[in-house]
Design a protein around this ligand. Sequence first.
Ligand code: MRU
Length: 349
Amino acid sequence: MKPVEWIGNALRYLDQTLLPTQEVFRETTDFREVAEAIKSLRIRGAPLIGISAAYGLCLGALEGTTRQNDFYPFLERVDSILRSTRPTAVNLFWALDRMKKIWQEAQKNATLPEETCSRLIEEATTIEREDEAMNRKIAELGASLIQDGDVILTHCNAGALACGAWGTALGAIYWAQLKEGKKIQVYADETRPLLQGARLTAYELTRNGIPTRVICDNMAAFMMQQGKINKIIVGADRIATNGDTANKIGTYSLAVLARYHNIPFYVAAPTSTIDFEIVEGSQIPIEERNAAEIKYWKEHQIVPEKAEVENPAFDITPNTLITAIITEQGILYPPFQEKILSIRRKIER
Ligand code: MRU
């Protein structure tokens, strides 16, 4: 099941807020709807946000062809609306930067809008294809760290629903079980407040025949204490050059628990998730989401109106708590900085 797909000149996407009970695909030709879908987490997960924003820009470009003289200024506005959707996942900015390079070059050469649209669609398609290839490599490399009989804890959703193909953390699990025949069990943290673990990870793993148990986030420590978990694999939204990693809120506490219980803690992510411009995790912007996500469960109020809440959507796991980072360029072990910088040199060459 592809969570987003470019068909004709439209974007078809799975509304992830309705899972696991309803599989509803929507189709749009409006970049504003793509921006709204990213903001509201109908489309979510770092790589998928990047891919969808790239296609969103294509929709904006197609709309802009009717504004001949205003075409490039219009693209500038489309770009900034898409950029303002979610601040933490760097894949959004990475993908829009790639798109911007194309349309700025076209603008410089006074390329006709229709021609620019074709080039943009080609680039967005390439971004999607590259993500698929990176997923495959991460899955294969990640599987080499998984042994037959492993019981793996994961957090949030870093699977096919969050990417162009296999997923990252879940990709490794799929590869190990489906390609290599290793028997694996997964614990999926429910992942408060929006329940990506319970709703999405459990949904896709069980559809693929991976035995999965959902636990509330506050049960993970007890499971580790009881010796029920022997590996943790999570995804990432942004990795600093020193290896500090932003991922869904609750990831950091798992890494601390993993260290205490002597459990390997792996991060799986494509290099499009590495922010080579920042040195350490404290520079990563953390999205603060609406209080209503904590105060209400659907229409039911679960927190007194007068109580204040905080709702950071991500946290930062310090590099010192990470056993390895699995990228499509290889498995990186600490210290990370030099290895990450050498990946940068390789990519930019
Ligand atoms: O708020 P979300 O659902 O977009 O958060 C997603 C995560 O935290 C994932 O772990 C991360 O994006 C990696 S997806 C391969």
